[in-house]
Ligand binder design. Sequence first.
Ligand SMILES: Nc1ncnc2c1ncn2[C@@H]1O[C@H](COP(=O)(O)OP(=O)(O)O)[C@@H](O)[C@H]1O
Ligand SMILES: [Mg+2]
Length: 420
Amino acid sequence: MNILVVGGGGREHALIEKIKESELCEKIYCAPGNAGIAKVAECLPIAATDIDALVNFARENQIGLTVVGPEAPLVAGIVDRFEAEGMKAFGPSRECAQFEGSKAYTKKFLQKHNIPTAQYKEVHSFDEAVSYLDKFSYPLVVKADGLAAGKGVFICPTKEDAYNSLDEVMNKKSLGDSGNVVVLEEYLDGVETSALCFVDGKTLVPMTSSKDYKRIFDNDMGDNTGGMGTFSPNPMVDEAMAEKIEKTILSPIMKGFLEDGISFKGVLYVGLMICAGVPKVLEFNVRFGDPETQVLMLRLESDLVRIMLSCCDGLLATQEVLWKKESAVCVVMASEGYPATSHKGDVIDGLDSMFEDNIKVIHAATKLTDDGIVTDGGRVLNVCALAGTLEEAREDAYAALGKISFNGMQYRKDIAKLDK
Ligand SMILES: Nc1ncnc2c1ncn2[C@@H]1O[C@H](COP(=O)(O)OP(=O)(O)O)[C@@H](O)[C@H]1O
Ligand SMILES: [Mg+2]
């Protein structure tokens, strides 16, 4: 079958590397893709949000399955549009994508079904928000309701900080319409993790665990980023914790979907804070995480295309979802200036070095030019390794990374380094 992947980052490259292993897969297209994806798929000059063009392309090219990577087209209703044309697309409907498109929507659902989460108040104007500032303790978390590409959450140590964040978001509209509604939320102290699940409308199957690193510098210092590295499995989520998450969070979510008549299909990414051993929901995303996907795809044993088709068809209960025993590590190489800015056009050296079979050099933001492959955004490459132990995977990933270089490159040296 012909498969179309929508998106052009590291997540999509990692998905494509796994999709291409499937015996069901004939030809892979990617819109818009990047220089690394171009080696394994035909890249199309179509933006991930150009739904009309994507639907037309799929219709004219006998696409059997479209896989949607990023949230924006999902929230805009891409899956409904494909289904209306009788074509299969992996991902939630527009209605279900509100779980990422609106934080207030998710909070309402969690509260209704008694699923552990931070106390909150949804507010619709600056004045209303300010009237609640004395009712919360500090730090207070201020969250823009809509999509904000990771820039919509403010941890406010004082009332004055909260006032200023609200002024930015609700009066000055720094995030556009995404800040029309705001969620004021209790600050949760704990350790963060995430639970990604395949869902087919009736059945929810948790994926294996992973850990990501959000800060730009070693030892979790510096600004937040889209993610500087990951590893899997995550020893913090041992069997007992995985069971607790399933029993207190994931099953109640699935039960809530069924009670409310919500037919969620695709990937549900549940962001969690574990507070003194008690998992609580921070947020939902409605797609694979980036760069969690990079390590998850290395560890997925089963056929990804079959899993995705079974999610589309409501047959996940009968589908095998198995994980390899080995460990995977992913180290992100970012461009100069990231995350504040990102330098484009730096030539990348070493991409055609000899890499061992257990290494995958995933492209996140690269472009082919007359000078060769150059940087084309903040997170440029994801160097990934799969090995018998976490320590071996870590060593192999860093050894491979050592063969690659570009001007101004930045990467963390402490990914998957436990017991520092
Ligand atoms: N209630 C909370 N208490 C403490 N930290 C929080 C809380 N909500 C969010 N955060 C922090 O802010 C980050 C971003 O918040 P999240 O809800 O995941 O939004 P998004 O990913 O859309 O930016 C989280 O990963 C977490 O580190
Ligand atoms: Mg988040």
